[in-house]
Design a protein around this ligand. Structure first.
Ligand code: PMP
Length: 428
């Protein structure tokens, strides 16, 4: 843009600008809008892409899995073979390295860490919970529900900055080499929530190779957006299973994903992958918790998604629906705020979010102001452990659910609020 840098406006210009922004803000307030940019949910057009899946397993279809097991009955604690094969393709691992779960990968992550606290993981000398403190590295900004799991399980969170190609590995390596109570790290390695960053090969290799003081350290590799591209030239993520194997740390990584944003959130299927030793260890524990997951839904998904090629073409349809939404947000941010030096934002090649940083100390007031004008945003601080953003600057924008018109208005309000908060911060 060819706008004036707000910081360089003279006092009269700034004053006039502030008054006109305030007018626009008050106008919006009067409209009593109810807009929401806080939810990382697919919109109804996206959900419609998968409704025909519901016609696939009907009373007149076969309910047999490829191993002959009856999907209407108990059994198959780690999933039917064809579901394991599908997720093995998606995650770049072998079928015998996969466990299929229920409908939520978050549940699998929660349960995995709960079991680690109670019993340890494969190779642990004692349950994690026996240590007086257990710590996790939390690259931030990150996914608030990961942090909520740590809070619930009383796992202390250590913030490490996200850089342009993944977590600050100098900091990560220094931490894990010295402290055997640091048991893990949260990673959203592709199109990260919220930054939309994909880890570089170097970051993957350093995670796989780093020396950890804890012998039973685990990387929680939440590959939630692994096939969720927005660009014809998708980001490429190095295979972490192979990297760990090559590094001589084959048991270091637990990989998770689900079809929540491929088919239906809450009614998809989730999976985890890890070394065969890890998988065998956990399968025994899971067999105590359940006699088997919903195999009918697995059958439905496998018959609908078929293989990696079909998954790819299905995801292209998602991209066609949501790409214009991302573009609208990015174009509008540029036209309203470009050149002003009041905010920076990422341009993701995939995933569900646009991450925006305001000037330090402005995010909370921007979110409050936007809420007062009818635009709900993810709570400021939510992308940091304990809800505390040390620089109070990160705002997560979720563009997929609202309509284009709603997005346009919401971003308009957001840009007004960012400018108002910045001027108030700089001082008139
Ligand atoms: N991980 C990440 C990074 C997410 O953004 C989300 C959904 N917002 C989830 C996990 C939740 O996945 P599921 O629906 O499989 O529990």
């Amino acid at each position: 843009g060819n706008r004036t840098d707000l910081v360089n406006m003279n006092i009269t210009e700034l004053n006039n600008h502030y008054v006109s922004l305030k007018d626009r803000y008050e106008d919006y307030k009067k409209q009593n809008m109810k807009l929401d940019m806080s939810r990382g949910k697919p919109c109804s057009e996206q959900l419609a892409l998968s409704t025909s899946m519901l016609d696939i397993v009907t009373s007149s279809d076969s309910f047999k899995a490829s191993d002959g097991s009856d999907c209407l009955n108990y059994g198959g604690v780690d999933g039917i073979p064809e579901a394991k094969a599908l997720f093995a393709q998606i995650l770049g691992v072998s079928s015998n390295e996969v466990i299929i779960g229920g409908s939520s990968s978050l549940t699998m992550m929660h349960d995995t860490l709960s079991r680690a606290m109670l019993h340890g993981v494969y190779g642990s000398e004692q349950p994690w919970g026996k240590h007086s403190t257990v710590k996790f590295i939390c690259p931030s900004p990150g996914y608030d529900r990961h942090f909520a799991i740590c809070e619930l399980l009383n796992i202390e969170m250590i913030v490490v900055d996200m850089l342009h190609d993944g977590p600050d590995m100098d900091a990560v390596e220094a931490l894990v080499s010295q402290d055997d109570t640091i048991k893990g790290i949260w990673c959203v390695p592709k199109y990260s929530n919220p930054d939309g960053i994909t880890y570089s090969d170097e970051v993957v290799d350093r995670l796989a190779n780093m020396t950890t003081k804890a012998g039973d350290f685990r990387i929680i590799w939440d590959d939630a957006y692994t096939v969720h591209h927005l660009s014809e030239e998708p980001d490429r993520l190095k295979n972490v299973r192979s990297a760990c194997e090559e590094a001589g740390n084959p048991d270091r990584v637990f990989i998770f994903c689900s079809t929540s944003k491929i088919t239906f959130p809450g009614a998809g299927i989730a999976a985890m992958a890890a070394s065969v030793e890890n998988i065998q260890y956990m399968r025994k524990q899971i067999a105590v918790q359940t006699i088997g997951p919903d195999k009918i839904n697995q059958l439905r998904h496998v018959r609908f998604l078929k293989d990696m090629d079909h998954v790819r073409s299905h995801m292209t349809k998602h991209a066609a629906i949501i790409k214009p939404k991302f573009e609208l947000v990015l174009n509008k941010l540029e036209s309203e705020l470009g050149g002003m030096n009041v905010a920076t934002w990422n341009k993701p090649n995939g995933g569900y979010f646009i991450s925006l940083n305001t000037l330090d100390g402005c995010a909370a007031s921007v979110v409050t102001m936007a809420t007062d004008a009818g635009v709900t945003l993810t709570a400021a601080g939510a992308t940091y452990p304990y809800g505390i953003d040390p620089r109070d600057r990160n705002i997560r924008i979720a563009p997929t659910f609202p309509s284009l018109k709603e997005l346009e208005q919401s971003i308009d309000v957001l840009c007004i609020c960012i400018q108002l908060a910045s001027i108030e911060k700089i001082g008139l």
